[in-house]
Design a protein around this ligand. Sequence first.
Ligand code: FAD
Ligand code: NAD
Length: 489
Amino acid sequence: MSKQYDVVIVGAGPAGYVAAIRCAQLGLKVACVDKWIGAEDQPTLGGTCLNVGCIPSKALLESSARYDDISHSFADHGITASGIKLDLAKMMARKDKVVSDLTQGIVSLFKANGVKWLQGAGKLLPNQQVQVTAHGDGAESVLEATHVILAPGSSSVEIGAAPLKDDVIVDSSGALEFTEVPKRLGVIGAGVIGLELGSVWRRLGSEVILLEAQECFLAAADEQISKDALRQFKRQGLDIRLGARVVSCEAGKKGVAVQYQDGKGEHTESVDKIIVAVGRRPNTNGLAADEAGLLLDEWGFVHVDEQCRTNLPSVYAIGDAVRGPMLAHKGSEEGVMVAEVIAGQKAEMNYDTIPSVIYTHPEIAWAGVTEQALKAAGTEYNVGTFPFAASGRARAAGDSAGMVKVIADAKTDRVLGVHIIGAHGSELIAQAVIAMEMGASSEDLAMTVFAHPTLSESVHEAALAVDSRAIHIPGKKKIKNSVVADHLD
Ligand code: FAD
Ligand code: NAD
């Protein structure tokens, strides 16, 4: 019997919808099943990223940065503004409009590419069949496909010490919907979400306390960068408490009493609201019928190989539901790779150069390995750093905090990692990713001509600094197996 579809995809987040479009571009007949229900109880495409993740958080980060700038840093430019008012309802409505415009955009892309959108929950059955329970009437049907791609994404982790409660103890989605600025805001977890959403509400006027269980701040980032970040965030007023284990949260009429322990003992803080941001877990509960035999790992991620093949023939899994960083661009690239593998093309993905960005101010962005990882591995390397304080463009903008750090292999000079803390780090990191993807050396970057005056020149100077020849910083010294600019210590 011929199958109804070449490919059925479960999940229309950035992993699933990109896979669907690429499959369609390659001439495959595609259906994409998604169960997301958005505003006004309407099915919506785009998954976490567009509806409650990357996009709404960045819309609020942009709006709150403007409010913060006009309230605090315009005066340095000789601009005085008075009567500044925050219209939070309008800010939220703008964010919602950005989201709905973009999710509608995916509807149009599906139409243009001939992707069939099925609104409901999908469940993997044996032999590449997918059972669909339709949104609305709950009607059940079974789709037959030659290939299945599972892209169910992830959800916020909940903890017993802080059970979610209405709009008082919320996860990241709730934190994008506050109707007033909390006077005192507690955030459990000083990871990516805690820092981004904590920044949004601090800029809008909240006193923000972040309770982080680990003693180490931003352990995944390069240590030099995370130390600088901690200093800068504290200076902005983010009250980051490390080694703080939350014991309980009690919601009452006047907010929440948070009890936590740290090295100094037990403490209680009263806050108006709490955001719980302690990580995310894969949405794989009930994703496959037991008879399908889909293999999950001990944390519930779908087990896959390097090309995202599961243990079942012609069944693939991508995005947050499989190993690797939980990032939209990682899921999208896996979607493209799998579509091309299904179409018989030779496709692979380089996981070593996936960029990470934290959209705080300054932004933190990196790709490749950290200095501490190289030390632990015993790899010899050279380091060049360049501070934005020495960048003409950053100075002109009045936004010169942070630095660029380039790490190159001591023997081959190949760029192994680039770490940035500074304004527009999210954009600057792309040039490092391109260089690393092409196997560039720090000398290649050093020999490239960069426009003046740009922030990108700091990437150039950091590459020059690897060989102790940055132009716009004084004296360098050799330390152990690395080279750094003197005045950064
Ligand atoms: P998702 O986006 O979670 O999409 C999965 C989809 O599958 C959903 O629509 C879900 O309803 C659907 N689904 C699940 N199970 C089924 C089923 N059985 N049947 C039918 N449909 C199903 N990443 C970045 O790279 N940059 C950022 O700036 C960024 N900011 C973020 C901010 C926040 C507040 C959050 C929460 C996340 C952020 N992320 C960011 C992470 C990013 O959102 C995820 O990595 C990304 O959405 C994962 O894509 P995905 O397609 O794997 O899953
Ligand atoms: P995270 O892993 O970045 O941070 C969670 C933090 O919570 C960690 O520092 C952890 O030590 C801490 N923690 C865990 N349990 C705790 C507890 N009981 N008490 C106090 N602290 C505790 O996770 P997240 O911030 O929730 O983000 C989830 C995922 O979403 C991440 O994988 C991230 O990649 C993705 N995301 C990405 C972006 C971006 O790319 N800019 C933005 C938001 C989210």
